[in-house]
Design a protein around this ligand. Structure first.
Ligand SMILES: Cc1ncc(COP(=O)(O)O)c(C=O)c1O
Length: 408
């Protein structure tokens, strides 16, 4: 605190200098929160929908209603293709990653069930589980990762009990980027007849996901992060038959079987009631088309190179501690660090004010990761996360900004 205070006048002067003489460009490194910018086609699709289509999907037979339905169908088909889901009707549209996770957790957990999860999960998993524990009497086992941040799959095996209903695990951390061995974890669960929920918030669009190969029952994805759609979009993949084991999360109009006061059984209507965020889904369809065109594998490679440079560059700066990104554990383009003498929020706000570098500081809604990293008491970490439109120039400028901040 004292150290940072002594530096404040210097930084204030620098801040004025940067803002007044040099146009501070925006270096957006908060793609783990939501991707920005989006492909131009995403903006165009949302605008087109709002101005020229504008109708509710599945509720009319006139021309625009048919166009809207086609757009929604295409979006579902693209999502199913990208994830290699068995059919488009396994994709349920939601509001965001949190909504998808709630639908899955609230849907499958019954009183007395046991759930296995990990310390690295986001509050969008931990809070619903806590609520289910308090209100539906479920039992929760929280696994601690190994020192490299990965869960040892054999831990999952040894925690499975006769009452275990679900293993809920993230594919990649939103703090360190660490990728979990989900294939092994889910295979162990499948062998024991236990359902699996994978939180793909930080992996969908960043890593290839093949639901034809992976023994995953439920996969929750935001539409607005790696899938490049607008905020307010998300999806939940539900493996065939699993919906029968799910309590509905929301009920209501679907535009189908309207004579019946019971929710239709057929997917996705069974889990998808009420008007869709159609402008958002038009944007998501364009985001998915971008991913198909450019391929997730190519984007993954590009993001891996940028991340490697970022991690290496930060590690070379005296006073900077980088968390995670150990060679023994694969990761996505999310990384956390701290700077000696600066609280994470303070450093992040100076990086933005003085250099236009936009990072996210704090606990990132994942307090368990910060307890694991021992960064909890210090207010967490500063997080950089790259995306489809991050350039090597962005990375070099970010490194230069951190170097200046530390005085290195
Ligand atoms: C790992 C993880 N899970 C879930 C979520 C929640 O997603 P959303 O912001 O779309 O609700 C996030 C968001 O950052 C996340 O990083």
């Amino acid at each position: 605190m004292g150290y940072a205070f002594e530096r404040a006048p210097f930084l204030f002067v620098r801040s004025i200098f940067c803002v007044s003489l040099i146009q501070v460009t925006r270096i957006y490194l908060d793609n783990a929160a939501t991707s920005y910018p989006k492909p131009e086609t995403v903006y165009a699709a949302v605008d087109h929908y709002q101005r020229h289509i504008g109708v509710a999907v599945g509720r009319g037979a006139y021309r625009e209603a048919t166009t809207a339905q086609r757009m929604l169908d295409q979006c579902r088909q693209s999502a199913a293709r990208l994830l290699r889901a068995e059919s488009p009707d396994r994709i349920v549209f939601t509001l965001n990653g949190t909504d998808s996770l709630n639908m899955a957790l609230m849907g499958v957990c019954r009183p007395g069930d046991h759930v296995i999860t990990t310390e690295f999960e986001h509050n969008s998993v931990l809070r619903p589980l806590r609520w289910l524990k308090d209100h539906r009497g479920i039992n929760v086992t929280v696994l601690r990762p190994e020192t490299n941040g990965q869960i040892d799959p054999s831990q999952v095996r040894s925690e499975i009990r006769p009452t275990t209903r679900l293993v809920a695990v993230q594919q990649a951390s939103n703090v360190t980027g660490t990728v979990q061995p989900i294939e092994e974890i889910c295979a162990i669960a499948r062998q024991a007849n236990v359902l699996t929920l994978v939180d793909a918030a930080q992996s969908a669009g960043h890593l290839p996901i093949d639901l034809g190969q992976l023994p995953i029952d439920l996969l929750a994805c935001p539409g607005h992060k790696g899938l490049l759609g607008p905020l307010g979009t998300g999806l939940l993949y539900v493996r065939s038959g699993i919906e029968q084991a799910m309590t509905p999360y929301r009920l209501g109009g679907t535009g189908t079987q309207s004579e019946d006061d019971r929710q239709p059984d057929a997917m996705p209507d069974r889990l998808e009631a009420g008007n869709h965020n159609a402008p958002g889904l038009a944007g998501l369809a364009a985001g998915l088309a971008f991913l198909e065109e450019h391929t997730v594998t190519a984007l993954q490679l590009a993001e891996a190179e940028l991340t490697a440079r970022l991690v290496q560059g930060l590690r070379e700066i005296p006073g900077v501690t980088v968390y995670g990104h150990q060679p023994a554990a694969p990761s996505v383009g999310v990384m956390s660090f701290n700077i000696t003498g600066f609280a994470p929020h303070e450093a992040a706000s100076i990086l933005d004010d003085s250099f236009g570098i936009q990072a996210r500081a704090g606990l990132h809604c994942a307090p368990g990761v910060h307890r694991f990293l021992e960064t909890f008491d210090n207010g967490g970490t500063i997080r950089f996360s790259v995306g489809a439109f991050t350039s090597i120039q962005d990375i070099e400028q970010a490194l230069a900004g951190v170097r200046e901040l530390t005085g290195a």
